[in-house]
Write a protein that binds this ligand. Structure first.
Ligand code: 0WD
Length: 254
């Protein structure tokens, strides 16, 4: 039981196809106690049964990360119900549809601001607000994608956001290292989730990655979950500021 005695919060479960669900599953299997958040009332109905599946029916809280008050309220609830915590999973991203297809130069300032706020700044804000609760051997994990390193058709605005998220991971890792807090990102290969449905031609991306990755397959949420569990557990106690590719090796291909 690699996560026995560890408590934490996972933001970004939308349903049982979510990458965050895969991470929750593996962490729970290793003995972690997990709190969950949901974006809005329609997702609440999806997240509640998932929390119950992991024995966390009393640990489900609203948190739209674009609303600072909801992040503050999350901190109060976690403090009351869990006290100290050992991990945070940030598995959240959003870009207005107009930023995920068409000509890159046509991206509006409004779309840019929304994508950067929800997909990048939210990590900084969540970490800052929850910092008083974090133990001195904590681990923070976010989810990124290769489209932040190299051009990927249609990923457009989200590519810029992921590049910023990758560097946010590194700067946070340096800042929090002195407090015994590690910060890492998993760069997952493409997986068919709700968020992925927003990207034009996503099915082509899946086929392309399967054909061109060294392992000749696509990654599953269980596989990302296993790597996530490793980064959240003490097995990775000397790993921080890392963008770890869990993508069947796709990123090494020229
Ligand atoms: O191929 C993929 N699916 C990959 C996803 C490859 C590599 C990385 N990722 C990343 C995504 O960019 C994201 O950062 O993984 C993270 C999780 O995405 P997911 O598991 O693919 O998608 P999904 O199950 O939809 O979860 C993302 C959730 C949202 O779902 P919807 O579909 O409703 O947008 O992020 C949450 C929401 O639950 N979310 C928010 N949570 C709080 N406040 C907000 C918000 N404002 N906006 C979105």
């Amino acid at each position: 039981m690699l996560m026995a005695g560890k408590k934490g919060v996972i933001l970004g479960v939308a349903n049982n196809k979510s990458i965050a669900y895969g991470i929750a599953k593996q962490c729970a299997a290793q003995g972690a106690k997990i709190a969950f958040t949901y974006l809005n009332d329609s997702l609440k109905k999806r997240v509640e049964p998932i929390a119950a599946e992991f024995g966390s029916e009393d640990l489900v809280y609203p948190c739209d990360v674009s609303n600072p008050e909801e992040i503050k309220a999350l901190k109060e609830s976690l403090e009351k119900d869990l006290g100290q915590i050992d991990f945070i999973v940030h598995s959240i991203a959003f870009a207005p549809k107009e930023g995920l297809s068409g000509r890159f130069m046509d991206i509006t300032k409004n779309a840019f601001d929304i994508a950067m706020d929800i997909s990048v700044y939210s990590l900084i804000e969540v970490v800052r607000e929850l910092k008083p609760l974090l133990s001195n051997s904590s681990s923070i994990l976010t989810l990124t994608y290769y489209g932040g390193e190299k051009y990927i058709p249609n990923y457009n605005l989200m590519g810029v956001a992921k590049a910023a998220l990758d560097m946010t991971t590194k700067y946070l890792a340096e800042d929090l290292g002195k407090d015994g807090i590690r910060v890492n990102a998993i760069s997952a290969g493409p997986i068919k989730t709700l968020a992925a449905a927003g990207i034009s031609d996503f099915r082509f991306m899946l086929k392309w990655n399967e054909a061109h990755s060294p392992l000749k397959k696509n990654v599953t949420t269980d596989e990302v979950g296993n790597s996530g569990m490793y980064l959240l557990s003490d097995l990775s106690s000397a790993v921080t500021g890392e963008v770890h590719h869990v993508d069947c090796g796709y990123n090494i291909m020229g």
